[in-house]
Write a protein that binds this ligand. Sequence first.
Ligand code: ZN
Length: 95
Amino acid sequence: MPETQKCPICSAEVQFSERYPKYVCSTCSERATDENNRPLKFYNTTMLGGGFAAQYMDTNEKRESHICYIDGVKCWADEARFGGIVIQTYGKENK
Ligand SMILES: [Zn+2]
């Protein structure tokens, strides 16, 4: 099994993940915006690191969507299997 894979946005080497083959690196994740270029942040909604919520950074307004954009690439943010948030480029394997 490979030890690393590449971030689909910037091609940086990231830790290999069988479950998330197209997850974006933490640097790119920080640039997530909505379709109008408004910065977004994602967080877990439970103490145990589960659940998913999206929020606008400028107004703290909730966003009811998993879709985000990084450098113009459509992505899907969700709670990670073992806690935290994972963002992957959007494709047919997403829900
Ligand atoms: Zn990246």
